[in-house]
Design a protein around this ligand. Structure first.
Ligand code: SF4
Length: 451
């Protein structure tokens, strides 16, 4: 759970009379959507880091895992008391849980004034007008196949941000059997190239140097656009237009990683040496049940090609343990895949059933205690591999872009997406420095700036 702005943040736009606080659960796409909501409401509201001082609180939700829903209800319970101290306070729920539950949310949480889904957030100013006009309990959870993501000028929520995210598409057409995303975010919709270039241009003007393109499956970018463009062509256009930036993207579906896209890692100077490539399982039987549409061998082949083109590439992944029907042998294959690929980092979760997905109907559920034991074994192995992978940088010198400063310490990032902590001062934020890597920790590095 994150607040869009924090205490001591320098806020670039703050003259509007109302005070808005946005809480974000879940992924980077949700963070991006939270920023867009703040921008759409900026004529009437300025951002506040303090929930208890807000006139409008929006909770932007995620429904990938069941736990996120529980967290939402627990937060909404805490927000109830703010309504007693501030009678003008409005509370809204946005995002995937809002889409999934719609008007049903009002029954369980009557303190909620409005509910908007991932497409509905773009109609938020109109909804707010209706709310101010005396209407209450409003919901907008329509999902239209021909929806176009409107262009909204990119403004950073905090002055001095070095990194920014740009959504290039939303929705997904893949329907993996465990995943709720296509049900709550709808079909794939790509943004026009011109809008994406304009948005990156605006971020670069504000000082951004590291841009991550976002989408549920960025590799299938362009499918619904009239202009003939695919993801590698988009990367090429961005690389040409903004040669000074660091460019990244997430998330990639392994089945859609083409040789042209792999080639981009060897030919585009802006494209950073990091790829997040969710494998989910190392067992062909489970991959088939998940409807992932690639085999273990095909996944390994793509990793091999990537490392041929770009030997230093950092590869990270997502894994699910305890998917229905996963046997000890299937799990063993996932463990052996970890050893074979040697991921730099893996985000592993116990399978959690999501309503409306195909896997809900699958038999052979794996008991919770088995899932927990497998997850512990998997994390133990991955922690060891990750530490060894990070350890390979020990004793080397990396170019690090400094992103933030806290006291006498600064934090930055390598092109390979390793977070590096070192001593430094505020003035270094936004600067590219050479750092001698002294030590590897789990998921980060410790270094010293070389002058
Ligand atoms: S590709 Fe990703 S977002 Fe789409 S259904 Fe599969 S897991 Fe969900």
């Amino acid at each position: 759970m994150k607040s869009l702005v924090r205490e001591n943040d320098k806020l670039p736009w703050s003259s509007a009379p109302g005070r808005l606080h946005i809480v974000t659960f879940g992924c980077q796409m949700n963070e991006y959507d939270s920023q867009r909501m703040a921008q759409m409401l900026m004529a009437s509201y300025c951002l506040t880091p303090y929930m208890d001082q807000a006139d409008l609180i929006i909770v932007n939700t995620c429904s990938i895992r069941e736990k996120a829903e529980h967290k939402l209800y627990s937060l909404l319970g805490r927000l109830k008391r703010f309504k007693c101290s501030n009678p003008v306070l409005k509370i809204g729920v946005a995002g995937c849980v809002a889409q999934q539950l719609g008007a049903k949310l009002f029954q369980r949480a009557p303190q909620v004034d409005f509910v908007v889904g991932p497409q509905g957030i773009y109609r938020l100013p109109m909804l707010m007008e209706r709310l101010q006009g005396g209407n209450d309990r409003l919901h907008d959870t329509g999902l239209q196949g021909d929806f176009q993501i409107p262009y909204i000028d990119a403004l950073l929520p905090r002055k001095g941000d070095v990194r920014a995210f740009v959504t290039i598409m939303q929705g997904c057409d893949n329907y993996c059997t465990y995943c709720i995303v296509p049900l709550v975010r709808g079909r794939e919709i790509s943004r026009p190239v011109e809008d994406i270039l304009r948005e990156i241009g605006s971020l670069v003007e504000q000082g951004v140097k590291d841009v991550t393109l976002l989408g549920q499956n960025v590799n299938s970018y362009g499918k619904n656009l009239s202009k003939c463009v695919d993801f590698p062509s988009l990367l090429l256009e961005i690389d040409r237009a903004f040669p000074g930036i660091r460019l990244r993207f997430t998330t990639s579906h392994p089945k859609d990683i083409s040789d042209r896209l792999i080639g981009c890692f060897g030919s585009l100077s802006t494209l950073c040496e990091h790829l997040h490539l969710p494998v989910q399982s190392g067992s062909d039987r489970i991959l088939k049940r998940m409807k992932r549409r690639y085999s273990r061998a095909q996944y390994l082949e793509k990793v091999k090609k990537l490392r041929n083109v770009c030997p230093d590439i950092t590869i990270t992944t997502d894994l699910i343990v305890g998917f229905p029907g996963e046997t000890e042998e299937d799990f063993r294959q996932t463990m052996s895949l970890l050893e074979e690929v040697r991921f730099d980092q893996a985000f592993a979760f116990k399978y959690s059933e999501r309503p409306g997905t195909a896997a809900v109907r699958f038999q052979e559920k794996v008991p919770e205690e088995v899932k927990s034991r497998r997850l512990t074994r998997l994390l133990k192995l991955q922690n060891q591999i990750g530490l060894e992978q990070y350890g390979r940088l020990q004793g080397s010198v990396c170019k690090v872009l400094i992103e933030s400063c806290s006291g006498p310490k600064v934090t930055g990032r390598t092109r390979g997406n390793h977070v590096v902590n070192m001593e430094g001062r505020e003035g270094l934020v936004g600067r590219l420095v050479n750092v001698y890597i002294e030590r590897a920790c789990h998921h980060s590095l410790i270094g010293t700036i070389i002058h």
